[in-house]
Design a protein around this ligand. Structure first.
Ligand code: ARG
Length: 462
C-alpha cells in the first residue's frame, strides 16, 4: 500500500490536470492565439454580434495579456488546461464580462486549428528565409570553384572528374526544391479555419471571409467538419522539414567524410569543430554529425503525427492535442540546423590541392576514352568499353593514372588502339575531361557558370 500511495501522490483532480493539460507546451502559440482572438472580436463587432465598446475592451485586454506574456509576468497555470483558456481567463480577470463574450461563435476546436495553422504559416516563411541564405552561401562558394577539380563519385568510388562548384550546386538544387515545397504548402494551406466552430458551423451571423482577411489567409476553409480535425498542414510542414533535414544530413555526411584524414578535402573552421576530451590532437566534426543525427528525430515527429491521425473518426478528437510538440521540435531543429550549416559552409576551409590530387586516382577519364572511340572511330560503345578496360589494366600495371599514360603506352594497351591519334592525350587530360561535359546541366565550367547564373536570377525573384 505504501508504494501505491507514493505513485498516486496527486489528488484525482491534479492527476487529471497533469495528464490533460497542454498549456506547458501550447503556450508557444500565444501570439497566434491573441492575433486570432483580436480578428475574431473585430469580426463579431462588425457583424453587430458584440458591441464596439466590448471589442475595444477585448482588444486592449488581449494586448495587455500579450505584454504580460512577453515580459515574463504572465502566470501559466496547469489548471487553465491550455493556452486558449489561460489567455481567456486572464482577459476576463482584466476586463470583466466583456471577456466572456469573446468566445461567441467559435469553439476551441476551430481556435486551436487557427492558431496552429497561423503558426505553421509563420514558421514556413522563417524557414524559407533561412533556406534562401543557405542557397546563397552555396552558390557563392560554387562561383569560386568552377575550375576546382574534384572526383565525382558513384557508389562512393571515383567515377568522373567534376568541379567542386558543380558538386555544391547539386545541394543548392536540393535546397531550392525544399524552398519550393514550403512555398507550395504555404499556398495550399493559406485558409482560415476560424468560424468552423465545434464541427458544424454556428447559428450566429459571422463573416468568415472577414476573419480570413484580417488574419492574412486567402479565404476560409470550405468544410467546418473537415476543418476541426484537419492537420494536413502540420503534416506537410513536418514532411517538408524532414526532406530538408535529409538534404542537410547528406551534405553533413560529405563534410564528415571530406574532413577525414583519408579525404582531407576540407577543414571545418575551429569555431565549428570540437575537440576530444581524451585525445588532445583531435578535431571532431560534431556539428555535421549532430545535423545528421537530429534528422532521425525529425523523421520521428512526422511518423508520430501520421500515426496519431490514422483512424481518427470525424471530427475533433483530443488525440490531436498530440500534434504540437513534434512540430515545435522539428521547426526549432530545422531553424538552428539551417543556421549552423550556413555558418559551417561560410567558414569552411577548402583544400583544392587535395581535391585535384584525388582526381589522379581511379582513371577518372576512362569514359572519355570510350566516348572518343565512339565519336571518332565509330566503334560501338560496348566494344569501346572493353578496349578501355584494357587501358585501365595497362595503367594499373604501370602504376599510373590513365590520364598520365604516354601515347605509346596507350597504343600498346589494345590492338584497336595501335593507330590512335596523338590528340587522345588531350582528351584524357582531367581538366579537359571535366570541360568536355557540356550538355545542359553538365559539369563543364561553362555549364556550371550557367547554373550559377540561373540560380542568381532565381534568388532575385524570391
Ligand atoms: N488543447 C486542445 C488541443 O490542443 C484544444 C482543443 C480542445 N477542444 C476540446 N474540445 N477539448 O487540441
Amino acid at each position: 500500500m505504501a508504494q501505491k500511495n507514493q505513485i498516486l501522490k496527486n489528488t484525482n483532480a491534479e492527476l487529471l490536470d497533469k495528464f490533460n493539460a497542454s498549456v506547458m507546451f501550447d503556450k508557444e502559440l500565444y501570439a497566434q492565439d491573441i492575433k486570432g482572438s483580436i480578428a475574431h472580436s473585430k469580426m463579431l463587432a462588425l457583424q453587430g454580434i458584440i458591441t464596439i465598446e466590448d471589442q475595444e475592451k477585448i482588444e486592449n485586454g488581449l494586448l495587455q495579456v500579450k505584454d504580460e506574456i512577453e515580459s515574463g509576468k504572465f502566470q501559466w497555470k496547469i489548471e487553465d488546461e491550455d493556452v486558449h483558456m489561460a489567455i481567456e481567463n486572464r482577459l476576463t480577470q482584466i476586463i470583466g464580462d466583456a471577456g466572456g463574450r469573446l468566445h461567441t461563435a467559435r469553439s476551441r476546436n476551430d481556435q486551436v486549428a487557427t492558431d496552429f495553422a497561423l503558426y505553421v504559416q509563420d514558421k514556413t516563411l522563417v524557414i524559407q528565409d533561412k533556406l534562401k541564405t543557405l542557397i546563397k552561401t552555396l552558390v557563392n562558394i560554387a562561383s569560386k570553384h568552377t575550375t576546382t577539380l574534384i572526383p565525382g563519385m558513384t557508389h562512393l568510388q571515383h567515377a568522373q572528374p567534376i568541379n567542386f562548384g558543380f558538386h555544391l550546386l547539386a545541394y543548392a538544387n536540393m535546397f531550392k526544391r525544399d524552398f519550393e515545397r514550403f512555398e507550395s504548402s504555404y499556398a495550399r494551406n493559406n485558409k482560415s479555419p476560424l468560424g468552423s466552430a465545434a464541427l458544424a458551423g454556428t447559428p450566429h451571423n459571422i463573416d468568415r471571409f472577414k476573419t480570413a482577411e484580417l488574419l492574412g489567409f486567402d479565404e476560409p476553409t470550405l468544410s467546418a467538419l473537415d476543418t476541426s480535425s484537419n492537420r494536413d498542414f502540420a503534416l506537410e510542414i513536418l514532411f517538408n522539414i524532414s526532406t530538408a533535414m535529409m538534404h542537410i544530413s547528406r551534405i553533413s555526411e560529405e563534410l564528415i567524410l571530406w574532413s577525414s584524414y583519408e579525404f582531407g578535402f576540407v577543414k571545418m573552421s575551429d569555431e565549428y569543430a570540437t575537440t576530444s576530451s581524451i585525445m588532445p590532437q583531435k578535431k571532431n566534426p560534431d556539428v555535421p554529425e549532430l545535423l545528421r543525427g537530429k534528422t532521425g528525430r525529425v523523421y520521428g515527429n512526422l511518423i508520430s503525427l501520421l500515426t496519431v491521425m490514422k483512424g481518427l473518426p470525424l471530427a475533433y478528437n483530443k488525440d490531436t492535442q498530440e500534434d504540437k510538440e513534434g512540430v515545435f521540435d522539428s521547426v526549432a531543429t530545422v531553424e538552428i540546423s539551417l543556421d549552423i550549416l550556413t555558418a559551417v559552409m561560410d567558414t569552411l576551409i577548402i583544400n583544392t590541392d587535395a581535391m585535384q590530387n584525388a582526381c589522379k586516382i581511379g582513371h577518372l577519364s576512362a569514359t572519355d576514352l570510350a566516348d572518343y572511340l565512339v565519336q571518332k572511330a565509330n566503334i560501338p560503345f560496348r566494344t569501346a568499353y572493353y578496349i578501355t578496360k584494357d587501358v585501365v589494366k595497362t595503367a594499373d600495371k604501370l602504376n599510373k593514372d590513365m590520364s598520365e599514360l604516354t601515347i605509346d603506352e596507350l597504343r600498346d594497351a589494345n590492338e584497336n588502339l595501335k593507330d590512335i591519334d596523338e590528340e587522345i592525350i588531350e582528351y584524357l587530360n582531367l581538366r579537359n575531361s571535366m570541360n568536355a561535359r557540356t550538355s545542359f546541366g553538365g559539369t563543364s565550367t561553362q555549364r556550371t557558370q550557367e547554373q550559377i547564373d540561373i540560380f542568381q536570377k532565381w534568388l532575385e525573384t524570391i
